[in-house]
Design a protein around this ligand. Structure first.
Ligand SMILES: *Cc1c(COP(=O)(O)O)cnc(C)c1O
Length: 367
């Protein structure tokens, strides 16, 4: 048996008619940039999140969504932004790209930034905290939003892996000032190319982001800000709008598989899911001291697995100027050594899930 991390062609085949007709409509319309369906998709996302109309603003990628969010709050040289070192590069990359300084705080047992360690890093230069709701598991957004509000700083949640995740029944976009999303093809809601979205609650920030994504133009060829070119292609919006109808069903299947892993995998540790948090399992990640051996063993059985992420950001060469060293963030470093994500996606069959469980339990028994 072969078990893949994700099979995009299999997913496409299951919804082929919806996708083909959505794409055909765009091709016939001839309107490829900021066509009507871009706005329609944005309004459907407002509705999906249960957030004020106009909050969802699409752009060209998840990385750009972080950049646009930070540009909109005026991040610049001399500013500090607190974030986690255990994330995809883009989170801290966007901060540094604007000349601001990433200030890292270690993760807790949910593998997201540890809320109890944030306050001590806030000073007069701090303008924002970027949490990352990693693997589909919401960060401690309520607690961190309270800390941000008390200190007059902005909370941005990098929700690239967590579309559909909730806290106490409400979508996580409702708990931060700004949240950012990626529709990279392998994300839970994936485009067929690059695409992203910023969600901002404040009208003024929304207006800025709408301008910033089209070179800061207020109206055609009249520029009040210096922005970037970061629009979602009409074709991608049409694809995402068609796929959005399946998202909750797909998430339910991921959660069903996760529940099976939780109950049947013997003696494996996974990130804690806090009370009231609705995890959407972009990844199902287990911790193993023999991670690399386990990975090879699974490969031998035809089971794919992936390491997210092997080197925390504070130890990346490009951030050496920040002066961090090994042992600064022990939990992030341990996670980077031990984390292994195993197959979870809506196309997996029960037989495949059982096969993965048996394989991993077999490995544990051999130790
Ligand atoms: C995927 C991802 C991004 C970047 O998204 P792109 O669309 O690939 O630019 C940013 N942050 C996190 C946590 C991600 O997983």
């Amino acid at each position: 048996m072969r078990v893949r991390m994700i099979s995009l062609s299999e997913q496409y085949n299951s919804i082929r008619n919806d996708i083909d007709s959505a794409v055909q409509k765009v091709l016939s319309s001839g309107n490829f940039i900021m066509g009507e369906v871009v706005g329609l998709f944005e309004r459907e996302m407002d509705n999906y999140f249960g957030i004020k109309e106009g909050s969802c603003i699409t752009c060209a990628s998840g990385s750009d969504s972080l950049l646009l969010a930070l540009m909109a709050i005026g991040a610049k040289e001399g500013d500090e932004i607190i974030t986690t070192p255990f994330t995809f590069f883009a989170t801290a990359g966007a901060i540094a790209r604007l000349g601001a300084k990433p200030v890292f705080v270690d993760i807790g047992n949910d593998y997201n930034i540890d809320a109890s360690k944030i306050k001590e890093k806030i000073n007069s230069r701090t303008i924002a905290v970027i949490t990352v709701s990693l693997y589909g598991n919401p960060a401690q957004l309520m607690e961190i939003k309270r800390i941000c509000d008390e200190n007059g700083i902005i909370l941005i949640d990098d929700a690239a892996q967590s579309i559909g995740a909730k806290i106490e029944g409400k979508h996580i976009a409702n708990y931060s000032h700004i949240s950012t999303y990626s529709f990279f093809p392998t994300k839970n809601l994936g485009a067929y190319g690059d695409a992203g979205m910023v969600v901002a609650k404040d009208d003024g920030i929304q207006r800025k982001i709408r301008m910033l994504r089209i070179h800061g133009a207020e109206s055609k060829y009249i520029h009040s800000l210096i922005g970037i070119n970061s629009r979602m292609d009409t074709i991608q919006a049409a694809i995402l709008k068609a796929k959005l109808h399946y998202l909750d069903e797909w998430i339910s299947r991921r959660r069903e598989i996760a529940a099976k892993y939780d109950s049947e995998l013997k003696g494996v540790k996974t990130p804690v899911v806090l009370d009231g948090h609705y995890h959407v399992y972009h990844q199902y990640t287990i911790m193993s001291a023999k991670r690399d051996e386990l990975m090879d063993y699974l490969k031998g059985k035809g089971i794919e697995s992936q390491v997210y992420y092997p080197l925390p950001l504070h130890l990346q060469e490009c951030f050496s100027y920040l002066g961090y060293k090994q042992c600064d963030f022990p939990f992030s470093e341990a996670a980077a050594d031990k984390a292994l994500s195993i197959p979870i996606n809506e196309m997996l069959t029960d037989e495949q899930v059982e096969y993965v469980i048996d394989a991993i339990n077999g490995f544990s028994l051999e130790q």
